[in-house]
Each structure stands twice: as structure tokens, then as C-alpha cells.
Design a binder for this molecule. Structure first.
Ligand code: ATP
Length: 238
């Protein structure tokens, strides 16, 4: 079986600074795959490159059987690859429902869009309750829900989530992680970037540990969760 996403020897630089130094990994349909690692390891750069926002130096990315090289960002969304970015980037003055609608800007199936907005409200009831309010009035965790809901509005085959747990209370983080599991059980494939290694590895089918632009260790989520070097470096154990 070919993978939904195949990344081969990807290199990305900002000027002379090489942030991603030749990484390879794949994501099979139906899986949750996580990239973990400390600040500056190159995780965000990897996601931004996959969504067409940054141009790689070299390497090959294949999504759903098609090479992505040089494909503009909006075409990548149309192919089924959605990105919920770090820091959320919701539109604070627009209502929650308008923020969701923006996630469907490439679609013209009105009925389908309304159905999927309802699906976002089912997934995150607070968004439905406050649908007419400005998105800027939501808490950080609720804004994360909105960013995820908005990314889902493009009906992605693969949803990329950058640091969904950042800045959230433990309870809110747990809710977000449960929703990620639920999305997987509904058939969405997920590439999850997290600094919270424990939470990410507990959910993931596969994980890759990144350090200064390279993948230094790969395995199943459970293997990595129990790996001694991972426990010492990322799970705060002696
Ligand atoms: P974080 O969790 O902090 O976002 P990360 O693993 O996602 O970390 P990146 O944000 O991808 O890491 O950063 C990788 C490297 O690239 C870092 O050394 C960072 O300083 C550098 N970098 C990121 N964005 C830029 C930029 N716009 N210009 C120059 N260097 C950058």
C-alpha cells in the first residue's frame, strides 16, 4: 500500500540557515503520525513546507499519489491537505460561524458546507453555542477548537495540526487530544506536531523525534513512549 503522504529527504532553509536537513517519513491513510522535538527542531518549518507556504531546497513530497513540488498552497488545500497553524490564526473580529465558513472557501456545495459546520458544532458544542459571537472572545482552548474546526471545513484527507496543546490548561488539552482521537475514528488522517511528547505519543500510531533539523529516532507511538532516551529527553525523567 502506498502512503497518503510520503516525504523523502526534504531540506528547507531560511537563507543560509538550514532548518530541515534531509528528513524522510510517511503517513499511511487512517493513521495519526506525530513529529515531536524541542523548540527550533524544524517541525513547524516541515508543516509549512508541506502546505506550500515555504519552498524546499530539495527533496520529494508525494501526497495522495501526486508529487507536490511547486504546487501553490491553495491547490494543496484543494487536493485535501489542510493545516491548522501554530498560534491558531483565527480572525478575531469575525464571528465563529464566519471563521468556519472561511475554511470552506474553496468549496461551492452549499448544503455540504452547512452540514460540515453542524459537524464542527457537534464536535465542539461551545462553538455552536457561541456561533454569532466574535471569535476573539473565545478562550485560547476554544480558539484552538475553532482553528481545528476551520481546517476540517476543507474536508481534508490529511489534517496537519501544529502544537494544538500550546498554552492550554490540562483539561482543555485533554479535550483537544480526545477530539484528535475522535477525528481519527471518523476516518481523518492526522499529522500532529507537538512539544507535549507524552500526549502526542499516547495517541500516535507512529512518531518521529526531530532534533536540529533531523529525524533522530522513529517508532510506534508506544515504542517511543517507553524508549529510555525519549523518556529522559522529552518526558522529563532522570
Ligand atoms: P517551535 O516549536 O518553536 O515552532 P519547531 O520545531 O517548529 O519549533 P521551527 O519553527 O521549524 O522549529 O524552526 C526551525 C529553525 O528554523 C529554528 O532554528 C528557527 O530559529 C529557524 N527559523 C524558523 N523560522 C524562521 C524564519 N522565518 N527565518 C529564519 N529562521 C527561521
Amino acid at each position: 500500500m502506498t502512503a497518503l503522504l510520503e516525504v523523502e529527504d526534504l531540506r528547507v532553509a531560511y537563507g543560509k540557515i538550514e532548518a530541515v536537513k534531509g528528513i524522510s517519513f510517511s503517513v499511511e491513510a487512517g493513521q495519526i503520525v506525530t513529529l515531536i522535538g524541542t523548540n527550533g527542531a524544524g517541525k513547524t518549518t516541515t508543516l509549512r513546507t508541506l502546505s506550500g507556504l515555504l519552498k524546499p531546497l530539495s527533496g520529494k513530497v508525494t501526497f495522495d499519489g501526486r508529487p507536490l513540488g511547486g504546487t501553490p498552497a491553495h491547490k494543496i488545500v484543494a487536493m485535501g491537505l489542510a493545516h491548522s497553524p501554530e498560534g491558531r490564526h483565527i480572525f478575531p473580529r469575525l464571528t465563529i460561524s464566519d471563521n468556519l465558513r472561511l475554511g470552506a472557501y474553496l468549496r461551492d456545495d452549499k448544503d455540504g458546507i452547512e452540514k460540515d459546520i453542524q459537524r464542527a458544532y457537534d464536535l465542539f458544542p461551545i462553538l455552536g453555542e457561541r456561533r454569532k459571537q466574535a471569535a476573539g472572545t473565545l478562550s485560547g482552548g476554544e480558539q484552538q477548537m475553532l482553528a481545528m474546526g476551520r481546517a476540517l471545513m476543507s474536508k481534508p484527507k490529511l489534517l496537519m495540526l501544529d502544537e494544538p496543546s500550546m498554552g492550554l490548561s490540562p483539561i482543555m488539552m485533554q479535550k483537544i487530544m480526545e477530539t484528535i482521537s475522535e477525528l481519527k475514528s471518523q476516518g481523518t488522517t492526522i499529522l500532529l506536531v507537538e512539544q507535549n511528547a507524552q500526549a502526542a505519543l499516547s495517541l500516535a500510531d507512529h512518531g518521529h523525534v526531530m532534533e536540529i533539523g533531523k529525524v533522530v529516532l522513529s517508532g510506534t507511538g508506544q515504542d517511543l513512549l517507553h524508549d529510555e532516551s525519549v523518556r529522559k529527553a522529552y518526558l522529563g525523567e532522570d
